[in-house]
Ligand binder design. Structure first.
Ligand SMILES: Cc1cc2nc3c(=O)[nH]c(=O)nc-3n(C[C@H](O)[C@H](O)[C@H](O)COP(=O)(O)OP(=O)(O)OC[C@H]3O[C@@H](n4cnc5c(N)ncnc54)[C@H](O)[C@@H]3O)c2cc1C
Length: 378
């Protein structure tokens, strides 16, 4: 029988991959297991916006550190994942949006985000392509973007160099505990044994925690993204609207990515996603209203990805209650921005190092276990 790993991390998105990387670098025998390929779910298909405007206020200190880690990726990850610093603007077209903008900017400023209100003229000096009809704007000097589809390539190289065992195409079906070890059951493969366990399954965390007898509801958002064909330079900032329904940026190759959390249809258990045509049109119209020159371009492609959220919209990062040596990480709002920092936080905790900022105790979210069998309906 092969020796047990020191730690097995289930789920190779940005949360699991970062945690595994730091544990492997600290000398732990680390297995990183995913049912598909590394960073091909939310962590590979997201909009890549490094944004403080849209990050929940309490998560600002985490997002600032995560953003910096993305920009410094060549130093600690060994590869540039396309991270670029840009100005960030949030704009308002209506008085209600202006009120929201001022309120949100103040809350984020209080947590350390350098967000300042600017006049429409100042906003247009930062972003000349902006619609002249805006009535208010907020500027953040610390925004930017990353090319999300490069995430897996960057992490794979670093994990291999750190000596981690990367187990892709390994769908985990359940977890048993015996003799102080976890036995991670993978269909058609011998169980992977490990002394410690980290669950990092994104929207699939509810099912994963169920394997250990913990009931934690996880909400699934089905986010739509739209990309245009290559265009002449039409914008240079990361641009959003105060109500959060728009995020826009232009990449170096000329394509413009349009997002803002417009929802599609899908089911994390069944798989498969579908766009809602009205939402697609609404999203593109809003983008065109913000940057009128977008009318010159055509939509090249749309896709959807699954984002997780807890009942209180705060992350779960820390030890699982009542199960020694088991941990969870996930459900982080703007999780791509802060992912490289969140994974390091959990790794530091597991390694008995003082984490730089507090974790997010998952125990607060655990609900009484549902009945194992459904009662028969008459
Ligand atoms: C469309 C979209 C746009 C977004 N835009 C932004 C943005 O601009 N900025 C930002 O900061 N954040 C953004 N986010 C949020 C961000 O992408 C996520 O918070 C983050 O990537 C979540 O990482 P994760 O590792 O927790 O989950 P994931 O990346 O989803 O990883 C979970 C992994 O678990 C694996 N898994 C599941 N079940 C099993 C099983 N049974 N066995 C083995 N493995 C399993 C999956 O295959 C997957 O690889 C966006 C999200 C989406 C969907």
């Amino acid at each position: 029988m092969t020796e047990a790993f020191d730690v097995a991390v289930v789920g190779a998105g940005v949360m699991g991959a970062t945690t595994a990387l730091h544990l492997a670098r600290a000398g732990m025998r680390t297995a990183l297991i995913d049912r598909g390929a590394i960073c091909r779910e939310a962590s590979g298909v997201n909009a890549g916006t490094l944004t403080l405007h849209m990050t929940r206020a309490v998560l600002i200190p985490y997002a600032i550190r995560g953003r910096q880690l993305w920009l410094d990726a060549p130093d600690w990850l060994g590869m540039d994942a396309g991270a670029r610093a840009t100005p960030g603007l949030s704009v308002a077209f209506t008085p209600a949006e202006r009120d929201m903008l001022e309120h949100r900017a103040a809350a984020r400023r209080a947590e350390g985000a350098p967000i300042e209100l600017v006049t429409p003229a100042q906003a247009r000096a930062i972003e000349p392509g902006l619609n002249g009809d805006i009535i208010a704007a907020a500027h953040c000097a610390l925004d930017g973007h990353v090319t999300a589809y490069l995430t897996g390539r960057a992490y794979r190289r670093a994990l291999v160099a750190a000596g981690a065992t990367l187990m892709e195409q390994h769908p985990v079906a359940g977890i048993d505990r015996a003799g102080g070890q976890f036995a991670i059951r993978v269909a058609g493969q011998p169980a992977v044994r490990a002394r410690r366990l980290v669950l990092a399954g994104g929207v699939w965390l509810e099912a994963m925690l169920g394997w250990l007898g913990l009931h934690v509801p996880v909400k699934c958002l089905i986010n739509q993204l739209v990309v245009t064909e290559r265009m002449r330079p039409v914008m240079r900032s990361v641009l959003g609207i105060a109500n959060g329904l728009l995020s826009l940026k232009q990449f170096e190759n000329g394509t413009v990515l349009i997002g803002g959390g417009w929802q599609g249809i899908g089911d994390p258990a069944r798989g498969g996603v579908e766009a809602i045509p009205d939402n697609l049109i609404g999203n593109v119209r809003l983008a065109r209203a913000a940057i009128p020159a977008l009318a010159e371009g055509r939509v090249a492609r749309i896709w959807l990805g699954l984002e997780s959220e807890t009942a209180d919209a705060l992350p779960m990062i820390g030890p699982l209650p009542g199960i020694g040596d088991a941990y969870v990480i996930g459900c982080v709002h703007s999780g791509y921005t802060s992912g490289p920092f969140m994974g390091k936080l959990l790794a530091d905790h597991i390694l008995d190092r003082e984490p730089e900022l507090p974790l997010f105790d998952p125990a607060r979210l655990v609900q009484p276990q549902r009945a194992a069998t459904l009662e028969k309906t008459p």
